[in-house]
Design a protein around this ligand. Structure first.
Ligand code: MEV
Length: 404
């Protein structure tokens, strides 16, 4: 057995080590992504994972977009398109984009004195930031503000940054570590615990709204959508599902555009309203009005956004929007998905639409091939129970009936 470290092996050597069946190995070897890109993005890389990519046609701030969405859930893109069509247009109400970071001191004897001393260092801190990461300053970004917060004997310095179109994680962490080193030099008796960005991103918020005339949606349905959105504000169990429907769309665009889905999810669930619905609906001026606010620290440049060829193509398909515009599009998609889900829930229920789409994925999951897929899908839609057992039995019958 080779004593070469796994991460130093070639992909082929890694697959050898895993002792896979020939069939499984072949599946892992079927890749589209250039091995050099894959190897440089991920340690211990053995393959890639494919997720279908679809599109949603949506109008945001009176401009039409074709939005790429990557998702394994059959109903997500259908819901986004239904909601986008019914809504007509989505309007940006607020789009703030400052990223945040913190340096934390512990066991501080006199927090007020240290706070004051840090504020006295402001001009040194700003010039250290610029020296640590000059390229962001050339693009007009960089450190914008700092404030101190005390929790008992902890003192946190909160920083906000303009990262322009990038997410800015490397820039922020590099600058913060340089400032932390400076703090260690000028405050030798104080203890710095760590310096890192925060995914809370309090100053990175996008709000969009949509207005649907009551001529386009029945007043009774609109009223029930309002009720459902009110309920998501008072019951965390419902809020989680209401928000899952929103995240269906949001995550699908984030994934398709090569963005950091964990960073965005962490930011969204760190919002003050994490246990309430992210969107609200009300009726005003003969229209159903929906509004959503999300923290969206996403990027239109940098990271994997233009390294992964399909993510790059996804940005192109969108017309290469800047990060603020992309945030508005993503929030609008989330609201579109929410609208479609609430409308289905308060009218015919979600299963009717879901199950006809799920029938296809169920057919695939039990091994239907070629024309069997359409036939099994049709049989499943007619059957009383739509589950794997029924699907397997129906597939057997279809195979028996097929001409040999
Ligand atoms: C399914 O993926 C999402 C929904 O359950 C969302 C909702 O209930 O609002 C349909």
């Amino acid at each position: 057995m080779s004593d070469k470290k796994f991460y130093k092996m070639t992909r082929s050597e890694r697959l050898d080590t895993l002792k896979l069946s020939a069939e499984t190995r072949q599946i892992f070897e079927n890749t589209a992504l250039d091995n050099e890109i894959a190897d440089n993005l991920t340690e211990n890389q053995i393959s890639e994972i494919e997720i279908p990519l679809g599109v949603c046609f949506i109008r945001v701030d009176c401009k039409d977009y074709i939005v790429p969405m990557a998702t394994e859930e059959p109903s997500v893109i259908a819901a986004a398109n239904n909601g986008a069509k019914l809504a007509g247009n989505f309007t940006t109400i607020r789009n703030e984009r400052l990223m945040s970071g913190q340096i934390v001191f512990y066991d501080v004897c006199d927090t007020e004195k240290l706070s004051q001393a840090i504020q006295n260092q402001r001009s040194e801190i700003f010039s250290i930031a610029e020296k640590a990461y000059p390229s962001i300053y050339k693009r007009g970004g960089g450190l914008k503000n700092l404030t101190c917060k005390t929790i008992g004997s902890w003192l946190t310095v909160n920083f906000s940054f303009d990262s322009k179109d990038a997410m800015g994680a490397n820039m922020i962490n590099t600058i913060l570590e340089a400032i932390a080193d400076h703090f260690r030099t000028v405050f030798p008796n104080e203890k710095v615990l760590f310096a890192v960005l925060t995914n809370e991103n309090q100053h990175c918020r996008t709000t969009v709204e949509t207005r649907i005339s009551l001529e386009k949606i029945k007043a009774g349905t609109a009223e029930k959508i309002v009720k459902a959105s009110e309920y998501a504000q008072i019951d965390s169990a419902r809020a989680a599902t209401h928000n899952k429907g929103i995240m269906n769309g949001v995550e699908a665009v984030i994934l398709a555009t090569g963005n950091d889905s964990r960073g965005a999810a962490a930011a969204i669930y760190a919002m003050e309203k994490a246990h309430q619905g992210f969107s609200t609906w009300h009726i005003a001026d003969e229209a159903l009005v929906g509004e959503i606010t999300l923290s969206l620290p996403i990027a239109a440049a940098g990271g994997a956004t233009h390294v992964l060829p399909k993510a790059k193509a996804a940005h192109e398909l969108l017309g290469d929007p800047d990060a603020l515009t992309l945030a508005s599009i993503i929030a609008s998609i989330g609201l579109a998905n929410n609208l479609a889900a609430l409308k289905a829930l308060v009218t015919r229920g979600i299963q009717a639409g879901h199950m006809s789409l799920q029938a296809r994925s169920l057919a695939l999951s039990v091994g239907a091939k070629g024309p069997e897929i359409d036939r099994l899908t049709a049989e499943l839609k007619k059957s009383a129970a739509m589950n794997s057992e029924t699907a397997q039995q129906l597939l057997l019958q279809i195979k028996k009936q097929a001409p040999h």
